[in-house]
Write a protein that binds this ligand. Structure first.
Ligand code: NAP
Length: 260
């Protein structure tokens, strides 16, 4: 199936590794031009080199997305280089463990800054360009918005807000034919996930216990599986899909986990 992404300019936040890395690679493999925006210049440049080595096109932009000015820079640098924006993948974020008991008001606001504000800021600054191309936005959320997890108020609030904004933006942008959708992962093996599991007392035991509860095939979702759905949503093959929250999680969030 030709996804029609040839020459499309798509920004992927946190696009150097993990889920964002898989999305970046797939966009490039489909002929799109991927703009990788993330805080580590070295990681971004490594990802761009890997894409270019396979004949793809990519640009690295160093940005700490918690800063509004950096969000603005991502948009202006992309437009300066390519003259347009066809898609925005809001993906960067981290489950930072700011709980009701363990956190405090300052840490809570910081968590929103790092997990939520840049989704809005980038969409805001990209909007004139998305209107011009009838482009679209795909957000990466989390099952935590639906299930809770405990000890992660900032992250849960951010991901809950992202689900709400998906519907809100889809409505606001109807007049411009700009679509907005969200993909929800649950358990995906990425550098972030590995770091998190290694903070627990018995990481291997915990991992086995988690995977045993994933209904479909008792395995983690791969980053590539998240990327496949994300890139499909970015493409004109999903031209009448907007305001949707899609769970790519092997049934983890909604199916009865007591059935083995
Ligand atoms: P990852 O492996 O840590 O990759 C995320 C990338 O984004 C990293 O390059 C990270 O840079 C960058 N980044 C994060 N916050 C940033 C910020 N404020 N400014 C600039 N760069 C930033 O994470 P992942 O597991 O692929 O997660 C990607 C998305 O999926 C996140 O939104 C996460 O909430 C969501 N998600 C993941 C899972 C899972 O099981 N992995 C489950 C549910 C939802 P550094 O490495 O320098 O921090």
């Amino acid at each position: 199936m030709d996804l029609g992404l040839q020459g499309k300019v798509i920004i992927v936040t946190g696009g150097a590794k993990g889920i964002g890395g898989a999305i970046s690679k797939l966009i490039a493999a489909e002929g799109g031009i991927v703009v990788i925006a993330g805080r580590s210049q070295a990681d971004n440049e490594k990802a761009v080199s890997e894409i270019e080595a396979t004949g793809g096109k990519a640009l690295a932009i160093t940005a700490e997305l918690g800063n509004v000015e950096d969000c603005k820079k991502v948009i202006t640098a992309t437009v300066e280089k390519y003259g347009k924006i066809d898609g925005l993948v809001n993906n960067a974020g981290a489950n930072d463990g700011v709980g009701l008991e363990s956190g405090n008001p300052e840490k809570f606001m910081q968590s929103l800054q790092h997990n939520l504000s840049h989704y809005y800021n980038l969409a805001h600054y990209a909007l004139p360009h998305l209107k011009a191309t009838k482009g679209n936005i795909v957000n990466i959320g989390s099952k935590v918005a639906t299930t809770g997890q405990g000890n992660t108020s900032g992250y849960a609030a951010s991901k809950g807000a992202i689900n709400a904004l998906t519907r809100e933006w889809a409505v606001e942008l109807l007049p411009y034919s700009v679509r907005v959708n969200t993909v929800i992962p649950a358990e995906v093996w990425t550098p972030l996930y590995e770091t998190w599991i290694n903070t627990l007392p018995n990481p291997q035991e915990k991992l086995a216990s988690i995977t045993s509860k994933i209904p479909f095939e008792k395995r983690m979702t791969t980053s590539e599986e998240i990327a496949n759905t994300t890139v499909f949503l970015l493409s004109s093959r999903s031209s009448h899909t907007t305001g949707q929250i899609l769970f790519v999680d092997g049934g983890y969030t909604h199916l009865d986990r007591s059935i083995s």
